[in-house]
Each structure stands twice: as structure tokens, then as C-alpha cells.
Design a binder for this molecule. Structure first.
Ligand code: CMP
Length: 143
């Protein structure tokens, strides 16, 4: 089964957008299989964003992500990674289309509300950083 890792960032949590975000994914037909509130430790932020460690914006990204609780989720479904990316919108909210989460709720690339895996490989890696296999629920088929 295909899975994606999604994180509502501290600005999204503080602005009360968790319910709206979950609702959009649920209405699309995706299944929430794990969720947890957490204040991320520095080490896991570095693992999560390892490809950005040397970027000039990384110190700001790390202090923003650790500035308050985040809401970590795993979503499941056919083509879930590209579907979630489509619903989330472009990384830079100035380029995100209306109707997407970032297009509707953000204006600043440094406060872009939500993170979503960009490939199946990233999803597997990111899920393993934040969740154990036992944390993921299974849905039995309804007869
Ligand atoms: P995200 O999808 O979580 O993946 C990497 C994050 O780095 C991205 O969203 C932005 O929040 C952040 N980011 C990327 N580029 C920049 C930038 N130029 N300035 C500040 N933050 C950035």
C-alpha cells in the first residue's frame, strides 16, 4: 500500500488548520493510518530535512519547526504521494494555486503550513524517522 508522510507545521497548528487539512485529505478518499502531536527534537528535524542541512535557510527552518508542536501524520491510498502534493500546492505559497492548502492559507515560503513527502522513497524514509511500524493502524475490508 502506498503511503505519504505529512506534517502540519507549528504555524498550521497555531492557526487551527489541522481539522481543515485532515478534512481535505479525507474527502479526497485518503486514509489516515497514524497521527501524533509532538514538539520535534533537533535531531529528528535534521534527519527529516537532511538534504537542506547546508542551505542558508536551514537555521531558520529548524528554529521555526521547533518553535511549537507539529502534527505528524501518515496517509495511505493509491497514488497518495502525488495526490497529497497536489492538494498541498507549491512549496512557495506565492506560486501555490488557489484551492491548494498553501494557496489558500499561506503567503511565506518560511511559514508554509505543511510538509508532504515528495516521492515514495522520501515517504518511506520520513515515516521511519517519526513512526514505528506498530504505530500504523490497518483497516480491514468491509464486507
Ligand atoms: P517543506 O515542504 O517542508 O520542505 C523543505 C522546507 O524548507 C520547505 O517546505 C520550506 O518551508 C523551507 N524552505 C525551502 N526553501 C526555502 C527558502 N528559500 N527560504 C526559507 N525556507 C525555505
Amino acid at each position: 500500500m502506498e503511503r505519504s508522510f505529512v506534517m502540519v507545521k507549528p504555524d498550521g497548528v497555531q492557526r487551527g488548520l489541522i481539522g481543515e487539512i485532515i478534512s481535505r485529505f479525507e474527502k479526497k478518499g485518503l486514509k489516515l493510518v497514524a497521527a501524533r502531536f509532538e514538539s520535534l527534537p533537533d535531531g529528528r528535524v535534521q534527519e527529516q530535512y537532511r538534504e537542506h542541512l547546508e542551505k542558508p535557510f536551514f537555521p531558520g527552518l529548524k528554529s521555526y519547526i521547533t518553535s511549537g508542536p507539529v502534527f505528524l501524520m501518515v496517509w495511505e491510498g493509491k497514488n497518495v504521494v502525488p495526490i497529497v502534493r497536489l492538494l498541498v500546492g507549491a512549496t512557495n505559497p506565492a506560486e501555490a494555486l488557489p484551492g491548494t492548502i498553501r494557496g489558500d492559507f499561506a503567503i511565506d515560503i518560511g511559514r508554509n503550513v505543511i510538509h508532504a513527502s515528495d516521492s515514495n522513497e522520501s515517504a518511506a524514509r520520513e515515516i521511519a524517522i517519526h513512526f514505528k511500524n506498530d504505530d500504523l493502524v490497518g483497516y480491514s475490508a468491509i464486507a
